[in-house]
Design a protein around this ligand. Sequence first.
Ligand code: PMP
Length: 374
Amino acid sequence: MTTPARALRLPIRPELAGEEPYGAPQLDVPVLLNVNENPYAPGPEVVASIASAVAEAASGLNRYPDRDFLGLRGDLADYLAVESGVRLSAEQVWAANGSNEVMMHVLQAFAGPGRTVVSFAPTYSMYPEYARDTHSRYIAGRRETDFTLDAAHAAELIRAEQPSVVILTSPNNPTGTALPPATVRAVLDAALEVDVDGAPAVVVVDEAYGEFRRDGVPSALELLAEYPNLAVSRTMSKAFALAGARLGYLAARTEIIDALRVVRLPYHLSAVTQAVARAALAHAPSLLGMVKELRVERDATVAWLREQKFDVADTDSNFVLFGTFPDRHAVWQGLLDRGVLIRETGPEGWLRVSIGTREEMTAFKDALVEVAGL
Ligand code: PMP
């Protein structure tokens, strides 16, 4: 039987019709400053440790991996104790293939049909997608013109919308803005007053860029003991320079973690991933060694952009949002034509550049001088 030559019709969910997969262009150009990666590849000692850990894991790959991976979760808890001074047990830590998957677990467990997820825009553009993919309603509150979050507005929105999940991002992507603890507390307090089937809202603070925060800016991890409805999400993709390994994690009360364990797929974290992450964590000081340098380079980039009279958002992250351009696409394209890939994202007129090596930032600045006619 022959198939008639017409478009294949599929029973795709109506809300997915015409949707494009999320993702920035992956282009082969010399200077990649578009997805907030760490420009410093793991050094030879780390590579050797990872390789031997993977070899050991390989000899057991006929078996499913450790489903509850308490070894890795304990290592992550130990790392967080050193990084933020907050001591958690292995049972208070969860992990998955990138913090994207961690967040999906959160929404699968706590959002869903008839439920609402609240976040504050401009922010990470995957949040509405997590909501869509879990059949949840998504409401974006606003950030102020300087991208800070007005605590009264946030509390009011939470009261009005009664979400089951609130996502705060600190430092925020794409603006770089970190939230002061008073704002996080105001949101947590408002979330405690929510009544979704008799329960308060869960607040996830997405700290994917947490390690890049400036001195004196605390992590929301410090509030975990006080607020039962708080979860803090982190990743090894950025500060750990391990984006390719796909390891995100989350810290919260065991009751929250236990709910995530219900929705995870069986054996979601491969034995190879677990081995890579544990080997890398044993080298945390060396992997994180370049964070300080990136923060210095970040502050220098902010200062330079301001000297050129650009508007620059205050940033506690490894990227800088700057502008504004009447035709930002032309600027983005002009930089790309000169071998520098940045990101066309954020509010109209703004562009985002990730912090690379000193040489890469020089290439970026030189290209921008030409393109913007400085
Ligand atoms: N949260 C934020 C705010 C991000 O910017 C990103 C990555 N761009 C993620 C989460 C996801 O990171 P990953 O899945 O690599 O952990």
